[in-house]
Design a protein around this ligand. Structure first.
Ligand code: AMP
Ligand code: ZN
Length: 462
């Protein structure tokens, strides 16, 4: 059966076939490991997981690389500000390497909790400094880069066109509109490939241009080229990466190899919280651990992601996660009932379900439609092992542990209680302990006990 994916590069749904044989080569932009990954980040990696599983379901083998950004991602996505890892290291009184190791482990732990299939290759930027330096040298040799007193810059005017993913027109951009004016830069959109480290900068390496550290974008071009070759099949990431990071990756690869590095560029839309942006100042940055603390399974969040297409924004609310947990429980109950049944179902019915499911996932990973097929199977009145096996087969794509026994510990939390928990979380973040205690007492009156443990907060019904 044919597979169609939406390609950001051509802005259309196109038929997907691997460039070579039966192997699909994929590159995913991984996390910047300076803090805990949010459930927003995880929406993008759940999309990546569904993509992997769909390709495997279609019989392909995968060679998939994901980077870990442990150097070079500055506070802005451009060339401004300090390195995010260094700021965290100073704040937490650890070395940058300790910070990166700690948050990488936590990130991968979330992958396991969400049953996210790990890429075959997970590669760290700091393990590829030499290769990045060679990439920069090649760009200088090819005339796409130039040296200033502060950095080696990529010269975007050397390309036929810069901005092919996002469609920006450089002629309409004013100098310094995006970043501060640097008199030594030839064009406002030129970006740093290799940055000369100031005296007190912690992470820096010897190079032909002195003690330097890499820019953020060069790591992805270097590692994708190293592990997947000049041109590979699919490049993925969150939608926010399109206008800067991915444009710059394309620019670098064009300058080095003359090619756009990937055939398909696939991007996941953002997760919103209560209809708005997730942000620290609003106190609404949720982690997978917060979902567990509220008595839900991380996989309930995965189920929630399947209620909308990956190219649509998804709104997170605690009521929605509660419904998704119920849906997960119903799905497992449905599987169990079929597995205990002895009725017979026509092979043609099974085939029909299978075709519809595969058509949905092969249509640009249309999970809401795929889930409607799953529910049709669950609701089939003939309780049959054949249908149980079919659900297990679908779980190869869903990855929600259909066979698992439902946990009894899950408790239904009404919206009013969720709102109080929210206020308490906010109070604790503001270090307003008396308000936090008052809310705890109010919750107790309403029949709920909250406990603050080392792992986070837990809630139980009295
Ligand atoms: P970062 O660690 O900030 O580099 O982000 C890791 C990945 O998560 C990137 O692909 C981002 O585009 C993606 N991402 C960040 N925030 C969200 C969000 N709210 N919803 C979906 N994806 C996100
Ligand atoms: Zn990247």
């Amino acid at each position: 059966m044919k597979i169609f994916f939406y390609n950001t590069l051509t802005k259309s749904k196109e038929e997907f076939k691997p460039l070579e044989g039966n192997e699909v080569r994929i590159y995913t932009c991984g996390p910047t490991v300076y803090k805990d990954a949010s459930i927003g980040n995880m929406k993008s990696y759940i999309f990546m997981d569904t993509l992997r599983r769909t390709l495997k379901y279609n019989g392909y083998t995968l060679k998939h690389a994901m980077n870990i950004t442990d150097v070079g991602h500055l506070v802005s996505d451009g060339d401004d500000g300090e390195d995010k890892i260094i700021i965290a290291a100073e704040k937490e009184k650890k070395t940058p390497l300790e910070i990166a190791k700690f948050y990488t482990e936590k990130f991968l732990e979330d992958f396991d909790r969400l049953n996210i299939d790990r890429p075959e290759i997970i590669c760290k930027a700091t393990d590829h400094i030499k290769e990045m330096e060679e990439f920069v040298q090649k760009l200088l040799d090819n005339g796409y880069a130039y040296e200033t007193s502060t950095a080696i810059y990529f010269d975007v005017s050397k390309l036929d066109k810069y901005g092919i993913l996002s469609g920006i027109d450089l002629r309409n951009q004013r100098a310094g509109a995006r970043v501060e004016i640097d008199e030594e830069k030839r064009n406002p959109y030129d970006f740093a490939l290799w940055i000369k480290a100031p005296e007190n900068h912690i992470m820096k390496w010897e190079s032909p241009w002195g003690l330097c550290y890499p820019g953020w974008h060069i790591e992805c071009s270097t590692m994708s080229n190293k592990y997947l070759g000049k041109v590979f099949d699919i490049h993925t990431g969150g939608i926010d990466l399109v206008p800067t990071h991915h444009e710059n990756e394309i620019a670098q690869s064009k300058g080095c190899t003359g090619e756009i590095p990937a055939r398909f560029w696939m991007h996941c839309e953002f997760l919103l919280i209560d209809g708005g942006k997730m942000s620290k100042s609003l106190g609404n940055v949720y982690l997978v651990q917060d979902i567990i603390d509220r008595g839900y399974e991380p996989l309930a969040f995965k189920m929630m992601c399947f209620t909308s297409h990956y190219r649509n924004k998804l709104n997170f609310t605690w009521d929605a996660i509660s419904s998704s947990q119920n849906a997960l429980n119903r799905l497992r109950e449905g599987y169990k009932k079929h597995n205990e049944g002895n009725e017979k179902v026509d092979e043609s019915t099974i085939e029909e379900y299978k075709t519809k499911f595969k058509e949905a996932i092969n249509d640009d990973l249309n999970m809401p439609v795929a889930m409607s097929v799953v529910w049709d199977v669950v609701k089939n009145p003939n309780k049959s092992k054949q249908l149980a096996n079919l659900l297990l087969d679908f779980d190869r794509v869903l990855g929600v542990d259909i066979e698992k026994e439902n946990e009894q510990k899950h408790i239904e939390i009404p919206s009013e209680i969720n709102e109080l928990l929210e206020k308490r979380k906010q109070a604790r973040e503001n270090k307003d302990w008396s308000l936090s205690d008052r809310i705890r007492d109010e919750l107790k009156e309403k029949g709920y006990i909250v406990k603050d443990t080392k792992e986070g907060m837990t809630i139980e019904r009295i």
